[in-house]
Design a protein around this ligand. Structure first.
Ligand code: C5P
Length: 233
């Protein structure tokens, strides 16, 4: 189940596909994350094309709306045949339950569904002062993860540094999907709470999401294979 997901953060189908062309000779077809930038820029056709090329897809659209709207939208996403998608846990347990219903196909199968707890760009100070959420950010993350579990989700998106917290509260099989990955010798960019692929493995991550260390590398295939080797051993 554990895998490395490449965040394909490009603004157009052409850029994304020419990036993925580099992997055509690679024995391992990378699991690919399509986020808002690529989905809104290129439209749903990009999901079908990347799927047609044999990649597994994490569609990272972070839904957050009333339960009925989320349910109907998840039904649309399910028909795109993605392997994983997500929403904001802040939408409540009812919203997350509606999402599971919408995502479930008539045969009972569905893509993996994970919840964003607190964005890694949100500090504890801002959460308390702007969002008026009292308490420690770790407690909020832990509670949101428990809510996601209660709603029937498969896991959460969190910092690798929070993976063990989530596992302690929700069990080992509850997935921790973790961005914020950097090689020991690469730039941190705008990420703050980071760790290496090997560090994420040691902290219990199930899937690491890696963007710029692969997409901006001089040799993206070598960088991807380095991630795979460090994370999966
Ligand atoms: O380039 P980089 O490795 O920082 O990319 C990380 C990816 O993970 C981006 O697509 C970013 O939107 C996403 N992400 C994140 N932190 C979160 C949730 C998603 O970095 N908390």
């Amino acid at each position: 189940m554990k895998d490395v997901i490449i965040a394909c953060d490009f603004g157009s189908a052409e850029e994304a596909l020419s990036f993925l062309d580099k992997f055509s000779g690679c024995e391992r077809k990378p699991f690919v994350k399509i986020g808002m930038e690529l989905f809104y820029g290129a439209g749903p056709g990009i999901v079908r094309e990347i799927k047609r090329r044999g990649h597994r897809i994490f569609l990272d659209l972070k839904l957050h709306d009333i339960p009925n709207t989320v349910k109907k939208t998840m039904k649309v996403l399910s028909s795109l045949d993605v392997d994983m998608t997500n929403l904001h846990a802040a939408g409540t347990i009812d919203m997350m339950k509606a999402a599971v219903e919408g995502l479930t196909r008539p045969d009972g199968s569905r893509p993996l569904l994970v919840a964003v707890t607190q964005l890694t760009s949100t500090s504890e100070d801002r959460m308390q002062k702007e969002l008026l959420i009292d308490g420690k950010i770790e407690d909020v993350i832990s509670q949101y993860a428990a809510n996601a579990k209660e709603a029937g989700l498969d896991g959460v998106v969190c910092s690798p540094l929070e993976a063990s917290l989530v596992k302690r509260r929700c069990g080992e099989s509850f997935l921790a999907v973790t961005p914020g990955i950097r090689f020991a010798d690469s730039a941190t960019d705008d990420q703050v709470r980071i760790t290496t692929p090997a560090g994420a493995r040691d902290k219990g991550s199930d899937f690491i999401v890696v963007g710029r260390p692969v997409t901006a590398a001089a040799d993206p295939v070598a960088a991807y294979l380095r991630c795979v080797k460090e994370f999966l051993g």
